[in-house]
Design a protein around this ligand. Structure first.
Ligand SMILES: C[S@@+](CC[C@H](N)C(=O)[O-])C[C@H]1O[C@@H](n2cnc3c(N)ncnc32)[C@H](O)[C@@H]1O
Length: 272
């Protein structure tokens, strides 16, 4: 439990409002790799009603619509909602908070949240909300990054900050970014929110970025909390961090791209 969830929410919201296009370019091809595992985990089929929570540019919602589901995407950032409406023609998106969904009880057959839970000040509330809006027997799934030892992109930036910078800068306090990178914590969260049969599986993902400063630029320009950590460093320190990151990418570089392992966990449960 964090002390000032509203402060954290405002910080996150301000950040997401600024980066829909950058996020789409840098992270879209990566987070899209978890979509099919999420939709399989909730057994999404034609004719079902589906909610994409923290929908961002709307990748999961669009894929669910392609499977023949009736779909709604919800995100708290008006800029993200506008971006999704532009990218995913014919799919419905609405502004709304994952911790207080703008939807009635028992409306959906399935719901999913792709890399959203780690951005929430009160993730327990979002799990309860996902449970509330599902019908009995409905399924919910969410994805999170594996720990930074395995998600090489995060490992590299965090190690560079540890080596050259100040890792404990003043940012609004949020829950640990890698809290749900532990399958047992995912299951515990699902059970506490009322879900049955929790299940967690690993998804192999690869992040392809321009060689050189591609990773630094993605982290500095297209994230919220990691960008906050980088921007709080002195300019001379930031230059050292960038060099360190560039060097660390050497063994992942193939020509003009880097290929970084970025595995994810997909956790799911059933509403009894
Ligand atoms: C990492 S992006 C994930 C986007 C998308 N689901 C995907 O598949 O790439 C996180 C998204 O969560 C949204 N978000 C963060 N906190 C939220 C909240 N409290 N309620 C709703 N959306 C939120 C952000 O605006 C952003 O679009």
């Amino acid at each position: 439990m964090i002390l000032e969830p509203e402060k954290f929410r405002s910080f996150e919201l301000a950040g997401w409002q600024e980066i829909p296009a950058g996020y789409h370019d840098a992270f879209g091809p990566l987070t899209a790799q978890a979509i099919e595992p999420l939709l399989d985990a909730v057994r999404l089929k034609k004719g079902m009603s589906f909610l994409d929570i923290a929908s961002g540019p709307g990748y999961v919602a669009a894929a669910a619509a392609k499977r023949g589901a009736t779909v709604l995407g919800v995100d708290f950032s008006a800029a993200m909602v506008a971006h999704a409406l532009q990218l995913q023609r014919g799919v419905e998106f609405r502004e709304g908070d994952a911790e207080a969904l703008p939807c009635g009880n028992g409306l959906f057959d399935a719901a999913a949240m792709n890399f959203g839970i780690l951005h929430l000040g009160q993730p327990e509330k979002a799990l309860l909300e996902a449970h509330r809006v599902l019908r009995a027997g409905g399924r919910f799934a969410f994805s999170v990054w594996a720990k930074p030892e395995e998600t090489i992109g995060f490992g590299i930036v965090l190690r560079a900050v540890e080596l050259h910078g100040e890792p404990r800068v003043e940012l609004p306090e949020g829950p640990p970014f890698f809290r749900y990178s532990d399958p047992e914590e995912c299951k515990r969260g699902l059970i506490v929110a009322g879900f049955d049969s929790p299940s967690v599986t690993k998804v192999h993902q690869v992040w392809r970025l321009p060689a050189g400063d591609g990773l630094f630029n993605a982290m500095n320009e297209s994230t919220v909390r990691t960008a906050g950590l980088l921007r709080a460093q002195k300019p001379s320190v930031l230059a050292k961090i960038r060099d360190e990151m560039r060097n660390a990418l050497g063994k992942y570089t193939k020509g003009d791209v880097v290929e970084l392992p970025m595995p994810a966990w997909v956790a799911s449960g059933v509403k009894a």
